[in-house]
Design a protein around this ligand. Structure first.
Ligand SMILES: Cc1cc2nc3c(=O)[nH]c(=O)nc-3n(C[C@H](O)[C@H](O)[C@H](O)COP(=O)(O)OP(=O)(O)OC[C@H]3O[C@@H](n4cnc5c(N)ncnc54)[C@H](O)[C@@H]3O)c2cc1C
Length: 379
């Protein structure tokens, strides 16, 4: 047991604080902004959880561990901000990368006995009246998968940790000394723990030269839409949508639990600074609409409610960087567009690896999605 300093109160820092607190450590979390931080990657209405991961079987299997960890975290905080919607994957024209993703996902899902239903264009049209199915050449539905209510989770977790006695400091770290497990704050103070966990989201590459060239902040646009009245009921029952079309594709989050219908794209901008203003330009907004609206029946009747930018921290292969920087410091970074679902399972893995050399050695490859590393890392 010892004093652990955690930098960042996004899902990674808070989940690690949760696991460290459960293991009996004294935890201090340093966060530059208010909590929850509306500029953090973790703070938006929703984040998705799904098993379909193409050939990335390590991450597909980590999703099972993620669900177990979410159950434990939800039990702890006493609420369950999650809606199971299922996942609809759509592809067009069978271009090679996309066909590979579908074939690899099917193979992996079936080999691990996850339920999956292939859908013909005719069935798509009857199941999902909001969808323009012409041009869709491949589709499947998995009943498992859904929407994590991200803002509610981060808010509730942060409050719960405070009630547990976790200490929060609102301050900006200007420098990190991994060997001393120390933060230099922007007001000149220095604080140190026995161990330090750096979970600074898209700001991390600025703080750690070790990440430069490996992880870059990426400005991503999301657009909230109001469907036409005749489609609202069907949207309320819709699965999350992953459209992997040749033109770039989009994802759509159905309006669950009082949230709005949201769309975004899969492509990384790998541009911008997380301190930049978050309003989306008309051009940024229209780029997302151009990907999604052609796929939606009566697409021109959807009303744009809001368009804005979020940032995440991209690693080129979308492999997480969870690595020791010294024997007293671990960094959690590179979560790209798919880290939220793994917050609690990664937090547990980091907490149990601190002070355990064998686990620490296995942690980076497992977190990077290496299927060969098995469950013991997250146990
Ligand atoms: C548009 C979008 C869609 C996404 N969709 C999904 C999805 O469907 N499914 C999924 O699983 N994931 C998704 N993600 C990714 C996921 O949200 C992120 O991987 C995850 O939230 C990263 O959490 P984090 O704690 O590392 O970062 P953050 O939430 O950004 O937390 C880092 C915190 O560190 C603080 N900080 C940084 N620097 C300093 C400093 N110097 N001093 C003090 N504090 C500091 C920040 O203020 C911030 O609060 C999406 C992300 C975006 C942006």
């Amino acid at each position: 047991m010892g004093n652990v300093l955690v930098l960042g109160a996004g899902i990674m820092g808070l989940s690690t604080a949760w696991a460290l607190d459960a293991a009996g450590h004294r935890v201090t979390v340093v966060e530059q902004d208010e909590r929850p931080n509306p500029r953090g990657s973790s703070v938006d209405d929703h984040r998705l959880i799904r098993h379909a991961y193409g050939a990335a079987t390590g991450y597909m299997r980590m999703v099972d561990q993620a669900y177990e960890a979410w159950d434990a975290l939800f039990d702890a905080i006493g609420e369950r901000p999650y809606a199971e919607t299922g996942v609809l994957a759509l592809g067009d024209s069978g271009t090679a990368p996309e066909a590979d993703w579908f074939a690899a996902s099917r193979r992996a899902l079936r080999s691990d006995r996850h339920a999956i239903e292939d859908l013909s264009p005719g069935r798509l049209g009857s199941l999902f009246p909001w969808l323009r199915a012409d041009g869709v050449s491949d589709a499947f539905l998995t009943p498992r998968g859904g929407v994590l209510m991200a803002r509610r989770i981060v808010t509730a977790l942060s409050r719960w940790l405070e009630r547990r006695g976790v200490h929060f400091i609102q301050a900006r770290a200007a420098g990190i000394d991994p060997a001393r497990a120390e933060l230099r704050l922007s007001d000149g103070r220095r604080i140190a723990g026995d161990q330090l966990v750096v979970a600074a989201g898209p700001w991390a590459p600025r703080l750690l030269s070790e990440l430069s060239g490996r992880v870059v902040p990426s400005r991503q646009i999301i657009v909230y839409l109001e469907p036409p009245p005749e489609q609202r009921e069907a949207w309320a029952r819709a699965p999350m949508v992953l459209d992997l079309s040749e033109q770039g594709g989009f994802y759509a989050v159905p309006p669950v639990a009082g949230t709005g219908l949201k769309i975004g794209d899969h492509r990384f901008s790998c541009a911008g600074d997380p301190d930049d203003p978050r309003e989306a330009s008309a051009e940024e907004r229209d780029t997302i609409l151009a990907l999604a609206l052609p796929r939606l029946r009566d697409g021109e009747s959807y009303r744009v409610l809001e368009a804005r930018a979020c940032y995440y921290d991209v690693e080129a292969q979308e492999r997480f960087v969870v690595e020791p920087l010294s024997d007293r410091c671990v960094v959690m970074s590179g979560f790209s567009g798919h880290g939220f679902k793994f917050g609690p399972v990664l937090g547990r893995a980091v907490a149990s690896a601190l002070g355990d050399a064998a686990r620490m050695e296995a942690l980076p490859r497992w977190a990077a999605g290496d299927a060969a590393q098995e469950k013991d890392v997250a146990a």
